[in-house]
Write a protein that binds this ligand. Structure first.
Ligand SMILES: Cc1cc2nc3c(=O)[nH]c(=O)nc-3n(C[C@H](O)[C@H](O)[C@H](O)COP(=O)(O)OP(=O)(O)OC[C@H]3O[C@@H](n4cnc5c(N)ncnc54)[C@H](O)[C@@H]3O)c2cc1C
Ligand code: FES
Length: 247
C-alpha cells in the first residue's frame, strides 16, 4: 500500500480499556517499526494520529477525549475505519534489558516494542501508570510480554501509590535502554531526572498533527517536526522543548 493512500479495514475485535477507551483489532496489516503511527479517519468526523499498537493485524488503543475518539470507541465488530501510514520513526531495540514506561494511552506506543523485544529474546520490564485504576490501558496485554509488569496510580487505587516514574526509579540501573510515552509533563520529568551515566532513553511525543507527513508544520518541536523526524526521539534531542506542546 502506498503511504498516502487510505486502507479501509474492518473491526474484528473490541476490548474495553477500563472507563477510558477501547482497543480495536482490525482485519488488515500495516507492517511497521514499534512506535510508528497511522492517521486514522472516520468519514464525517475527523482524522487524527494513533500509534500502531500492533501491525499484523493492525491494533489501535484509543482513549476517548473528543469527537474522533468518541466515534472510534463507538465502533463495533463489522464496522469500517480508514487508515494511512505507517508514518514517522520508531523505537530502536538497544541492548538486552529494556525498561518501558507508559502513562495513560502512551501504553499503546510500547505494545509493539514489547512484542518485538520478546521475539528477539530480550528482557523487558514494564511500568504503566494512570491517574486511577480505571484509566489504565493495556495492562492485560503487556502482562504476557513483560517479565515484570508494575502498575502505578496517582490515587493509589492499584499498585504503587504515586507516579509511574517514582515506581520505575529503582529499575533504571538495570536497563540498557529506557523507552517512554505519556503526557509531556511525565516525559519532561524523566528528562530532568536523568543522570550523566544513564542508559539511552527514547521518548515518543504526541503533538497535535494535521497532515502527518511533514507538510503543515502543526507538530513542530523546536526545529523538528514530530510527524517526520519523530514521533520517537532520543530524549536529549527534545528535552528543552518537553512541556511546551499540547499535553
Ligand atoms: C504520534 C501520535 C500518536 C498517538 N497515539 C495515540 C494512541 O495510540 N491512542 C490515543 O488515544 N491517542 C493517541 N494520540 C493522541 C490523539 O491523536 C489525540 O488525542 C486526538 O486529537 C484525539 O482526537 P479527538 O477528535 O477525539 O479529540 P480532539 O478534539 O482532537 O482533542 C480532544 C482534546 O484533547 C486535546 N488534544 C488534541 N490532540 C492532543 C494530543 N496530541 N495530545 C493530548 N491532547 C490532545 C485537545 O486540545 C482537546 O482538548 C496520538 C497522537 C500522536 C501525535
Ligand atoms: S503534522 Fe503536518 S507537519 Fe507534522
Amino acid at each position: 500500500m502506498a503511504e498516502t493512500l487510505y486502507a479501509r479495514m474492518r473491526v474484528v475485535r473490541k476490548v474495553t480499556e477500563g472507563s477510558i477507551g477501547v482497543t480495536l483489532i482490525l482485519d488488515g496489516e500495516l507492517p511497521c517499526e514499534p512506535g510508528q503511527f497511522a492517521m486514522v479517519w472516520v468519514p464525517g468526523v475527523e482524522e487524527r494520529p494513533f500509534t500502531l499498537m500492533n501491525d499484523t493485524p493492525v491494533g489501535l488503543t484509543i482513549a476517548e477525549v473528543g469527537p474522533l475518539t468518541h466515534a472510534l470507541c463507538a465502533l463495533n465488530p463489522g464496522d469500517w475505519v480508514w487508515l494511512r501510514g505507517p508514518y514517522g520513526h520508531g523505537y530502536p531495540l538497544q541492548g538486552e534489558r529494556l525498561l518501558l514506561i507508559g502513562g495513560g494511552s502512551g501504553s499503546a506506543s510500547l505494545a509493539l516494542l514489547a512484542k518485538r523485544a520478546k521475539l528477539h529474546d530480550l528482557h523487558v520490564r514494564t511500568f504503566l501508570g494512570a491517574r486511577s485504576a480505571s484509566l489504565l490501558m493495556l495492562a492485560w496485554y503487556m502482562a504476557d510480554l513483560s517479565e515484570k509488569l508494575s502498575i502505578a496510580t496517582d490515587d493509589g487505587t492499584l499498585g504503587f501509590h504515586g507516579s509511574v516514574l517514582q515506581a520505575a526509579a529503582s529499575d533504571l540501573p538495570w536497563a540498557t535502554a529506557v523507552y517512554a510515552c505519556g503526557p509531556e509533563g511525565m516525559l519532561a520529568a524523566l528528562a530532568a531526572s536523568r543522570k550523566p551515566d544513564a542508559p539511552p532513553c527514547w521518548v515518543n511525543l504526541e503533538r497535535v498533527m494535521r497532515c502527518g507527513i511533514g507538510v503543515c508544520g502543526s507538530c513542530h518541536c523546536g526545529s523538528q517536526l514530530v510527524c517526520a523526524d519523530g514521533p520517537v526521539f532520543a530524549v536529549e534531542k527534545v528535552a528543552a522543548y518537553l512541556g511546551s506542546g499540547h499535553t
